[in-house]
Write a protein that binds this ligand. Structure first.
Ligand SMILES: NC(=O)c1ccc[n+]([C@@H]2O[C@H](COP(=O)([O-])OP(=O)(O)OC[C@H]3O[C@@H](n4cnc5c(N)ncnc54)[C@H](OP(=O)(O)O)[C@@H]3O)[C@@H](O)[C@H]2O)c1
Length: 335
């Protein structure tokens, strides 16, 4: 089996840690591995049963590598992704830098796997909230076209990276000790609070995160679907949850909807109200699938449907989806 030279840019971050685990767990065919970073350059970090020294992003750092998995944020991605491509790498990027570029496929393997073939060197990984939503929406789209979606997200602190997790942990300790919580990463204290703002506001009153859900869903599903989102940060360490209301062209039977979710790749149904079984962020960390529950008809609309989903946004929302894209490229002979 062919093996590949792999670069991970951002290997020390929240997403990077998952890359390191997944590449080993999924036996990704690696010949040579390189980790790139910024503040951790020179540090030895674990990879499987060995360690790798973090190197700096500099001229020539991508030479001789086949694929680069980026989780270093938008700024560094804009700066170096094209240089990596010029050096012969295919870049799969986790930031929002390239997602809406018409030359860049935006891929969720369960939804639009064939889109990878059109890549010109860069493939974008969608926003985490969008990924877990479209994995679920695709199941319903197969039954009837979805015209619109209303979604409220409940987003974990780790969605803001390793420093987001650290801030929630620190604030929780400070509150328990009767101290004033330190607020740096989020707009307000997150512990014992929820914040109806993820990312910055745009002119239409929606945040950038909410507009990502609007635009990215259309691109991934290749659809005129309209998404109106309210994105909320909650004091949970890991796993995003979403309450989703959708409207389809045809009226759907609830039994068919349930079956569609049960058969959908990447979805696990946990939905037994009688025994209080539904997905929760407490139980989904480290899981690959998106968990769906509270499936019911919308009382206000015969063509409406509503459900709840929970996904590990660092895995399926980021690292796992990226590694799946790389695996898909190998499977399709594109790497
Ligand atoms: N966290 C999530 O749930 C999630 C989900 C989906 C997508 N994403 C996206 O994935 C990216 C990374 O997120 P994260 O949560 O992993 O962030 P993070 O925990 O803050 O980690 C950032 C990583 O990027 C590296 N980095 C930053 N600037 C760099 C530069 N100029 N050159 C080289 N390396 C640089 C850092 O390296 P050093 O440690 O060496 O400084 C670190 O490894 C972001 O674009 C984010 O939007 C995150």
């Amino acid at each position: 089996m062919k093996k590949y030279n792999v670069v991970v840019l951002g290997a020390t971050g929240a997403v990077g840690l998952e890359f390191r685990k997944l590449l080993v767990e999924r036996n990704f065919p690696i010949d040579k591995i390189k980790f790139l970073g910024k503040s951790t350059v020179g540090q030895e970090i674990p990879f499987g049963d060995t360690t790798v020294t973090v190197e700096a992003v500099e001229d020539g750092c991508f030479d001789g590598f086949d694929i680069a998995l980026f989780s270093g944020g938008g700024a560094i991605s804009l700066e170096v992704a094209k240089k990596a491509v010029a050096a012969g790498c295919v870049v799969v990027d986790n930031s929002s830098a390239w997602r809406m570029d018409p030359d860049v496929p935006l891929v969720v393997p369960e939804v639009n796997p064939d889109a990878v073939a059109a890549h010109k060197g860069i493939i974008a990984n969608p926003n985490c909230t969008t990924i877990q939503m479209v994995v679920c929406l695709q199941a319903i789209e197969k039954l009837s076209h979805i015209t619109k979606v209303h979604v409220s997200t409940y987003q974990a602190a780790s969605g803001a990276g390793a420093s987001g997790m650290a801030e929630l942990e620190e604030q929780t300790k400070q509150i328990v000790n009767g101290e004033e919580p330190t607020v740096e990463k989020f707009a307000y204290q997150l512990a014992m609070n929820i914040i109806p703002q993820v990312d910055v506001f745009t002119d239409n009153g929606y945040t950038k995160e909410e507009m990502k859900m609007y635009y990215e869903t259309k691109k991934i599903m290749d659809s005129d679907i309209n998404v109106s989102a309210t994105c909320v940060r909650i004091p949970v360490m890991r796993n995003h949850s979403e309450a989703i209301w959708l409207e389809t062209e045809k009226e759907l039977d609830l039994a068919d909807v349930r079956k569609a979710f049960e058969n959908a790749p990447g979805v696990t149904v946990v939905d037994d109200p009688a025994s209080q079984k539904y997905p929760m962020p407490l139980f989904g960390a480290g899981e690959d699938d998106v968990f769906v529950g509270r499936i019911r008809k919308d009382l206000t609309n015969p063509k409406g449907l509503t459900f709840w989903c929970v996904g590990d946004q660092i895995k399926k929302g980021a690292a796992l989806n990226t590694v799946q894209i790389a695996e898909l490229m190998i499977e399709k002979g594109l790497l």
